[in-house]
Write a protein that binds this ligand. Structure first.
Ligand code: XMP
Length: 517
């Protein structure tokens, strides 16, 4: 397994994902972790990430010295290269030549890291690589025992190695896809140089998790709030496989779900997989609680609190439950750790199903805590969940509650469900669903005039939203084909009685959010 020490780069999670994709388990620790923590992890290799600081200043982070004393290979990336060079006796200088974006590097010598990996050959027969650079500082003097393994115009020392000790460092970012051979370079490091085996596959992850869950909960009963979203669904399937009938899922049908969603969740889990699921039909309670509430924040609170109440009521009936299972995944863990240490640049609050019941006496079991979303999806498929569920767009915890502007009414929710289902169905049919990151309809409780046949209509408006994004923190509106939008508009207006106008949302995030409330 590989340890990644994080110096604050925006790409650190990407390094971890690449290593996991290669099939090798890895974890991210803060660069401020102790020598004992590094030693206890017992890595087969260590990667030092990039970071925003400069090693030319004395009070910036360094790797714990033990990294260079454990006798395992180390790969420094960008800032990681600079701190390695500096800590081992080389020199780093601030250069006024900032290099950002594509660069071409020439491999030198025959290092184990880069040998035979190239995008092009130079006329003289040297390997050339197209890489992604993002740095101001650069190494100016090699530490003793190191030799040059790559150079570029902006960074004459773009890669160094002390092969006897297994120390390698590169100024460019092999973890980003712009570095075309990045995957091969990382896999060269973890498989060939560190000697890790590619055992971290879906089947392996499932077996490991099953053993861990069984060891943890023994013969105790476990409850899980099942929302139908990817994470809680995979937890349900995994726990069912691990502990069978010791698991009870509580599925709260809020009445704010998408068309037929409640029935689909029951069909997959209760009928198909044989999971014990208690479906709580709470539509009327939600509608009653939301009556007269139109402030968006207030609506979120009402929906979240009611979820906790209902979940508590159901949990209280399961008197032998000792454990609460949750679908926390690795990025949530990293984000909240980063938030605590003040290092996180992006902070997102996670209350997928409304938060934990207060005064909880249940202990937590979080089997996906070490997994990235793509790994969660992979094991979901392996566990037999349908691909449509595993690759479904995200859906907010408060559901249609934040897609009906202002006060929520059942008649509005019913119209919205129909319009949304038409939009999603056509996205699938035109092979566009997976080309956008999230797509949905929004109900606007305003009436506008229309004509239909000989009559005039005075009906509601549906807004269509589709965005492309990687991290959901920023997004651009999807440039769906006009003909497609035309079809959606015609189908919704013709088929959903009560809607006379359809608009397409062309706002980016920022400044607009993805959801309308
Ligand atoms: P915004 O609207 O903030 O949304 O741009 C970003 C992403 O988060 C989802 N979202 C939520 N997810 N509970 C959730 O679990 C919520 O309260 C919530 N609000 C927004 C939204 O669908 C988008 O994917």
């Amino acid at each position: 397994k590989i340890l990644i020490l994080d110096f604050g780069s925006q790409y650190t999670q990407l390094i971890a994902r690449r290593i996991r994709e290669i099939g090798v388990y890895c974890e991210i620790y803060s660069c401020e972790c102790s020598a004992a923590e590094v030693a206890n992890f017992a890595p087969n290799g260590i990667i030092l990430s990039g970071g925003p600081e400069t090693v030319t200043s004395a009070d910036t982070p360094r790797a714990p010295q033990i990294v260079f004393e454990l006798g395992v290979p180390v790969l420094g990336i960008c800032y990681g290269m600079q701190t390695m060079a500096e800590q081992l006796g080389g020199k780093v200088e601030s250069s006024n030549h900032r290099e950002f974006g594509y660069a071409q590097i020439r491999a030198r010598g025959h290092s184990k890291l880069l040998n035979g990996i190239e995008d092009h050959l130079s006329p003289e027969g040297f390997g050339l690589l197209d890489v992604w650079m993002s740095h101001g500082d650069r190494v100016s003097v090699l530490p003793e025992g190191f030799s040059l393994i790559a150079s570029s115009e902006g960074a004459p020392i773009a890669g160094i190695a002390n092969e006897a000790q297994g120390f390698y460092a590169v100024q460019f970012h092999p973890e980003v896809t712009h570095t075309h051979q990045g995957g091969r370079i990382l896999s060269r490091f973890v498989l060939d140089i560190c000697g890790c085996e590619a055992l971290w596959t879906a089947g392996h992850i499932i077996n490991d998790s099953i053993q861990a869950v069984r060891a943890k909960v023994g013969s105790d009963a476990v409850i899980l709030g099942l929302s139908g979203g990817v994470d809680s669904s995979v937890v349900a399937a995994l726990l069912h496989k691990a502990i069978g009938t010791q698991l009870t899922c509580v599925f709260v049908d809020t009445g704010l779900l998408r068309l037929h969603e409640g029935d689909q969740v029951m069909a997959i889990f209760a009928e198909h997989l044989g999971v014990k699921v208690i479906r709580v039909n709470a539509e009327s309670r939600y509608l009653a609680a939301l009556a007269g509430v139109s402030d968006p924040e207030q609506k979120r609170k009402v929906i979240g609190n009611l979820f906790v109440d209902i979940f508590d009521e159901e949990a209280a009936k399961l008197t032998d439950a000792r454990w609460l299972a949750q679908g926390t995944i690795y990025p949530d863990v990293i984000e909240s750790a980063g938030a605590k240490s003040g290092k996180a640049h992006l902070i997102k609050s996670h209350h997928n199903v409304g938060g934990l019941p207060e005064n909880m006496t249940l202990k937590l079991v979080e089997p996906l805590r070490e997994l990235f979303k793509d790994e969660v999806r992979k094991i979901g498929l392996e566990l037999g969940l349908p691909a449509e569920m595993v690759f479904r767009h995200p859906f907010p915890g408060p559901g249609l509650g934040v897609r009906i502007l202002g006060e929520v009414k059942k008649s509005y929710a019913d119209l919205l469900r129909q319009a949304d289902a038409i939009f999603i169905e056509e996205l699938y049919r035109h092979d566009l669903y997976h080309k956008v990151s999230q797509a949905f309809a929004v109900f606007l409780p305003v009436k506008s005039v229309g004509v239909m046949g000989d009559g005039r209509r005075y009906d509601y408006v549906i807004a269509i939203r589709a965005v492309e994004t990687i991290d959901f923190m920023t997004a651009r509106w999807a440039h769906l084909p006009y003909e497609f939008l035309d079809l959606i508009s015609r189908r919704i207006i013709n088929e959903v009685a009560g809607i006379s106008r359809v608009t397409y949302d062309i706002s980016g995030k920022p400044p607009a959010t993805i959801e309308w409330e």
